[in-house]
Design a protein. Structure first.
Lengths: 112, 512
């Protein structure tokens, strides 16, 4: 149970960073932290105590294996996360070229 | 069994790929090929609308049949509710792409625009077709990433700021959805929606389910911009190029937000009274707060974006009323009436809000500003834009005989029959304020004195833009027939049957 709690704390650290940081790059890093807490959670729910890698052994097929499905899901989610992070970074670089700053307080044209 | 199911995802994906490769070498390949792809989707979706009816067709990706009656493959499901969304996506998508042929020629790198547009369509089609929770997430991210790029397409200061906000909140929504999927998998040990419903029906762990439901509601609520989660919507929708605004407001928030909320809460979770009341409250809040935020706006597209929040509130509220009645075991006919009002308004909103954004784009294309205070007297120079936007304004404010009137009428009648008198009164009041707000839009943009820009330069927009706007205004009038018996049974009733009968969806998908 402790490890799930730590995973949740990781998520909260990321959320705290997104809310309080003023630097665009730091916001992106905080988002990545939140993302990886999700991946960690998926890896944890597939884990079984004493399980081995899920490759079926023909000699003894009834061994305890860890659940392979969450691992497949995490791989997919990591690829998606790569795409979103690179997209966010590309936008941050463009913002820096336009505004000459990373400070989110100075990037506030849109209001109301 | 419908043989077209995989084509709805494969064709636009392949279209995006081919546009990127061949568009470099062949001039004008991109715009005509993208129109062709979307035209194919329009025909395929209308063919499905006429053939599906009450059936459900399931396509198992890779041909993985169930093992011991446990579904193991990825399911793509087409039923009455999916087909309606597919028709909206492809029709509004086709008209927007056709409109873009003139509109986007002002921008550079058109190839990217058309490729991203096809990619976004593929993502939305995938979300509505998917019968598998994780697949919904994957396709949702495809649609979301391409929409982030499309919002930033102008790469000006405002566009970049809007897309940054949109990406941070969209990312947060994705993580909440991912957590919810994790919790659901932990408990149910499956990701197939029908199978999860079967697993949830046996267990009775209320607080655990409530937690999952809140996670799902906040994740998809962020995507759908229901009121406490709406901060990104006005910026993103007003900064995007106008055909994309029409797609985002008219289709994207419905396909990846409202559709998934309705589908999961009716077909996956067991409807409980607490969550139904929460959904109704959120819908009412969006309806009321959205219109009050809209009335003070002077930027046309921001005004329309806030109205999107408000009109989506109508949909969520009436679906929520239906859920309350179903969970209390109240009269089923009234619940069905409320849900059909919601779905009908969802269809109508795609038509009139898409048209209004295209009108806003036409005005911006001609006079180069979005500020209402700098316009005036345009009805003399732009008769088609003026007439179509007048139709759309009457339609969104609920004036007969346009489609908005009938859907709002059904919603209000359902609220009165269900004895939610306050909600019915609020719906009427919000409709009146909407009318006031659009009268302001009409007066300042089209009927005031001329000011500023010299009159000789102002002309009607080119043919592709006029064509899209005229077709959409015909839709605004023509969709009214969905309210009448005969057509309603053919289109709305199958969707409502699949939603309201709890065992229906499971039996049809996994057969026990």
């Amino acid at each position: 149970m402790t490890v799930y709690l730590l995973c949740f704390i990781l998520f909260l650290i990321g959320l705290y960073g997104v809310i309080t940081r003023r630097n665009l790059i730091k916001i992106a890093i905080s988002l990545s932290i939140m993302e990886f807490s999700c991946f960690l959670f998926f890896a944890l729910i597939g884990y079984i105590d004493g399980g081995i890698a899920p490759i079926v052994d023909p000699a003894d097929p009834l061994k305890t294996y860890v659940d392979p499905l969450p691992q497949a899901l995490v791989l997919t989610a990591i690829v998606i996360g790569l795409a979103t992070t690179s997209m966010l970074m590309a936008v941050i670089i463009r913002i820096y070229r336009r505004y000459k700053t990373f400070d989110i307080r100075e990037i506030s044209n849109l209001r109301g | 069994m419908n043989p077209l199911i995989p084509l709805f995802v494969v064709v636009p994906l392949a279209g995006a790929f081919l546009i990127m490769i061949l568009g470099r070498f062949i001039k004008d390949f991109n715009k005509y090929f993208a129109s062709l792809v979307l035209l194919f989707l329009v025909m395929a979706s209308f063919y499905s609308l006429f053939t599906t009816g009450e059936d459900t067709s399931v396509y198992k990706v890779g041909g993985w049949e169930p093992v011991n009656r446990f579904p193991i493959g990825i399911y793509m499901v087409m039923d009455g509710f999916t087909v309606i969304l597919l028709c909206i996506i492809s029709l509004i998508g086709f008209l927007s792409v056709f409109y873009s042929i003139s509109y986007i020629s002002r921008y550079t790198s058109e190839n990217y625009f058309y490729a991203l547009f096809c990619l976004m369509t593929a993502g939305m089609n995938g979300v509505v077709l998917s019968g598998d929770l994780f697949n919904i997430f994957v396709f949702l991210e495809i649609a979301a990433i391409s929409s982030y790029a499309l919002v930033a397409f102008g790469v000006g200061k405002n566009e970049l700021e809007a897309t940054f906000k949109y990406q941070v909140l969209g990312g947060l929504a994705s993580f909440l959805i991912l957590f919810a999927i994790g919790f659901i998998y932990w408990n149910a040990k499956t990701l197939n929606i029908a199978d999860i419903k079967a697993a949830f029906a046996s267990g009775n762990d209320n607080y655990y389910y409530l937690f999952i439901q809140i996670l799902v509601l906040s994740g998809f609520g962020l995507k759908a911009a229901i009121i406490p989660f709406h901060a990104w919507l006005p910026d993103a929708h007003s900064s995007a190029p106008s055909p994309i605004s029409a797609m985002l407001s008219g289709v994207l928030i419905k396909a990846v937000g409202i559709y998934v909320i309705i589908r999961l809460f009716f077909n996956m979770f067991i409807i409980t009274e607490g969550v139904s009341v929460l959904i109704t409250t959120l819908g009412t809040l969006s309806m009321v707060v959205g219109v009050f935020l809209a009335i003070g706006q002077w930027d046309i597209k921001r005004l329309l974006a806030y109205h999107s929040i408000s009109q989506m509130g109508y949909v969520v509220m009436s679906v929520g009323i239906g859920m309350i009645l179903l969970s209390q075991g109240g009269k089923r006919e009234i619940a069905v009436l409320a849900i059909s009002g919601g779905l009908f308004h969802l269809i109508n909103h795609a038509a009139f809000k898409g048209l209004l954004f295209l009108n806003a784009g036409a005005i911006e294309y001609t006079i180069g500003t979005r500020d209402l205070k700098e316009m005036g007297g345009l009805h003399k120079y732009m008769p088609v834009t003026s007439a179509t936007s007048f139709i759309a304004s009457l339609s969104i404010s609920g004036i007969p005989p346009f489609n908005g009137f009938f859907s709002k009428l059904i919603i209000i009648i359902a609220a009165i029959l269900a004895k939610f008198y306050l909600l019915a009164a609020l719906a009427v009041i919000v409709s009146i304020i909407t009318l006031a707000s659009f009268m302001k839009f009409q007066r300042y943009a089209f009927f005031n004195r001329e000011r500023g820009a010299s009159a000789e330069k102002i002309r009607e927009v080119p043919f592709p833009m006029v064509f899209s706007m005229v077709i959409m205004s015909i839709l605004c009038l023509g969709l009214s027939i969905l309210a009448f018996p005969g057509v309603r049974e053919a289109v709305l009733t199958p969707a409502i049957n699949i939603l309201t009968d709890p065992s229906n969806y499971i039996t049809r998908l996994i057969g026990y």
